[in-house]
Design a protein around this ligand. Sequence first.
Ligand SMILES: Nc1ncnc2c1ncn2[C@@H]1O[C@H](COP(=O)(O)OP(=O)(O)OP(=O)(O)O)[C@@H](O)[C@H]1O
Ligand SMILES: [Mg+2]
Length: 261
Amino acid sequence: MEKEHEKRGHEPDSRAKTVIELHDVWKTYKMGESALNALKGINLKVKEGDFISIQGPSGSGKSTLMNLIGCLDLPDRGKIILEGNDIEKLSESRLAIIRGRHIGFVFQAFNLVQTLNALENVALPTFFQQISEKERTQKAAEILKRVGLEKRMRHTPMQLSGGEQQRVAIARALINNPPIILADEPTGNLDSRTGHEIMHLLVELHLKYNKTIVIVTHDPFIAKYAHKRINIVDGQIFHDHVLEKRFLWSENSNNSNNKRF
Ligand SMILES: Nc1ncnc2c1ncn2[C@@H]1O[C@H](COP(=O)(O)OP(=O)(O)OP(=O)(O)O)[C@@H](O)[C@H]1O
Ligand SMILES: [Mg+2]
């Protein structure tokens, strides 16, 4: 079993389960009289164990696509299937539950609550769970430790560097143990070195805990961390590039297992 996952962690596996599927997805923004086609017939499969980058110029539709992959928005045409469910057929509350269980989000601007410290920010998504305050805090502390912030738990976002704030945001995305992490320009507000440190953390989560990762970036050096690279221009995928994972991150190649974060 372990071997099977190790294999899956390093080579594209056509048998891997599809977790999110987009079929001929269109998104149109209506502005008064005019309509803007932000996405035009996107077909995409995110499979378990994928590490995908979505690249493209500003305004090409990357964030719109990410919001749809994350089921935060509905398409105007086409279908989105999350874990076998056609999301259009789900009630809003049911969709919120399935999404919360499966997907963790990371944003360019970190989106932390400024009045809460790191520990409280990370614990926030567990608020509606039937667990005690103590358990919640313990869980948050453990995840902050894993992202290297054990000494920053009581700091508010203002008292943290950009890279540290993004680590807190990643810890928050992980607290409910989702198998999928979606990150829209996670390094966009960081200097290049800190950006690469954040990417190393995402690679580690991918290799050690088998997280499926999709990142949006306009930076080709950041896109290189992914084994599937998608280019989007003017709302359409025009290039889809797949690399064998064993050519990437080879120094970490013995770390893979199926432990959850
Ligand atoms: N809520 C909205 N209402 C109207 N138009 C929108 C809306 N959101 C996005 N757009 C338009 O849709 C297109 C795609 O936007 P999107 O935010 O997906 O681009 P992007 O590739 O993420 O760009 P960036 O790299 O600048 O973040 C753009 O032309 C944008 O102006
Ligand atoms: Mg964007």
